[in-house]
Design a protein. Structure first.
Length: 224
């Protein structure tokens, strides 16, 4: 098969690219990476120099691509499928790219300190960083709440790159910091989770949910 996607099914950023592939109907071979295995990590570094997943190998074109937004742009350009995830009109394309960045940086990356803190030894935890992360998330929710008013999807009425980023970001962030008080954003998250491409990525991740460092209350919010 021409395309290999090196990934882990639990990773939010891997979901982002999986959702794009499922939306487009593009055939690919998933290669699950165990970052805890030194040999597999060394092999990944040859494909993705920062050791991050996902990473794409295109055997037909001899290309290796990392960073999720660029992978999706690459797929949209060289393997266009049933839908285009980057709008053809220039201003609409900028809008999709903008909100892709918002969901990656201001939701997904803002959520990461909450999880990272739980993985530290108890005497090295930083409650202040967690408190700040929660405040940053709620600020982002407020921005998104205003942005989505009257819209079906993040960049307009067509599902796009921005929604590929939004789905995993809001899925995980709202488990730790619920969307109470943000009804428009909560409804948008519900639409995302009903999307077949998103539902498929979640279904494939379910066997790994036990690895997610959640509280008992949060675990109850994960799909059964």
């Amino acid at each position: 098969m021409a395309l290999e996607l090196h990934l882990h099914p639990l990773s939010s950023y891997c979901w982002k690219v999986l959702i794009a592939l499922y939306e487009q109907g593009t055939p690919f071979e998933p290669v699950v990476v165990n970052l805890g295995d030194p040999a597999e990590r060394e092999a990944l570094l040859k494909l993705s120099p920062f050791g991050k997943i996902p990473a794409l190998r295109d055997r037909t074109r001899g290309a290796e691509v990392f960073e999720t937004s660029i992978i999706i742009e690459y797929l949209d350009r060289h393997y266009p499928g049933a839908v285009r995830l980057i709008p053809g009109e220039a201003d609409q394309a900028l809008e999709a790219r903008l909100w892709d960045r918002v969901f990656d940086h201001h939701v997904m990356n803002a959520f990461q300190p909450i999880v990272s803190d739980r993985l530290r030894p108890a005497d090295q935890r930083d409650p202040l960083s967690v408190q700040m992360a929660r405040a940053n998330l709620r600020h982002a929710y407020g921005v998104i709440e205003q942005r989505l008013a009257g819209r079906t999807w993040a960049a307009g009425e067509a599902f796009s790159l921005a929604d590929c980023a939004a789905a995993p970001a809001l899925f995980y962030a709202a488990i730790a910091e619920p969307l109470d008080g943000f009804p428009v954003t909560a409804a948008y998250r519900a639409r995302l989770l009903e999307r077949p491409s998103v539902a498929r990525a979640i279904s494939e991740a379910k066997p790994y949910f036990a690895m997610f460092p959640a509280t008992d209350e949060e675990r109850a919010r994960l799909p059964a």
